[in-house]
Design a protein around this ligand. Structure first.
Ligand SMILES: [Zn+2]
Length: 213
């Protein structure tokens, strides 16, 4: 849900950063409706909504607002900006009255910042998946970029939602980037990457994954 603080405007969560509980502004159902529409427009089907997306994924914020308002009369630009800026997963960014998703695209967009500084990245997979990845490389089946974790523990943890006893694959990110594979830091947990060829991958021994309780 999105609430309003009289001092600081719209925010998401229980309390404003000043500690004030705030007044309800948009209930959970409507927040989700709006979130789904924004994700669809910026990640998956901009054309269907009549949005023009450039090769880097940017869409005009005012235009996005018009599209949203044509479906949800109660939406405003202020609300849209609050929703985007308070996204708990930092999925979007706004710049010069344009907005884009930072990751998770199924439409074809180019990365324009190559800013991953971590020498190694990690990906959790089932045993069968891991064998296959070591043969053909690490790529996403459904998205343009593959999402990697910044530590072996995080990769292991993410994979436990899909498989019982995950293997953790380590990617030599430094060498892959040197060879031209583009990567982008999303947040402290996630880096997205173009397909990583198998020569940069290995399976981490269980003893090298720090204790994950
Ligand atoms: Zn406040």
């Amino acid at each position: 849900m999105i609430k309003r603080c009289p001092q600081h405007g719209l925010f998401r969560g229980e309390h404003c950063e000043c500690g004030f509980a705030g007044q309800p502004f948009l209930d959970e159902t409507k927040t989700e409706q709006l979130g789904r529409l924004v994700a669809g427009g910026l990640r998956h089907f901009p054309d269907d909504l009549g949005l023009q997306m450039d090769s880097r994924g940017w869409v005009d914020l005012t235009k996005l607002c018009e599209v949203v308002r044509s479906r949800h009369r109660w939406a405003s630009k202020e609300l849209l900006i609050a929703l985007i800026e308070s996204d708990p997963k930092q999925r979007y960014e706004i710049s010069n009255d344009k907005v884009r998703a930072r990751y998770g695209h199924s439409v074809d967009v180019e990365l324009d910042h190559q800013d991953n500084k971590l020498p190694r990245l990690y990906y959790g997979a089932s045993e069968e998946e891991a064998d296959r990845i070591l043969e053909i490389g690490l790529k996403s089946a459904s998205q343009r970029y593959v999402h990697l974790s910044t530590t072996p523990e995080k990769a292991w943890h993410v994979a436990t939602f899909r498989t019982g006893n995950p293997k953790v694959i380590q990617a030599d990110a430094a060498a892959a980037q040197e060879a031209g594979v583009k990567m982008m830091t999303v947040n402290e947990d996630i880096v997205i990457s173009e397909t990583i060829p198998s020569r940069f991958l290995c399976i981490l021994a269980a003893k090298d994954i720090p204790k994950h309780g």
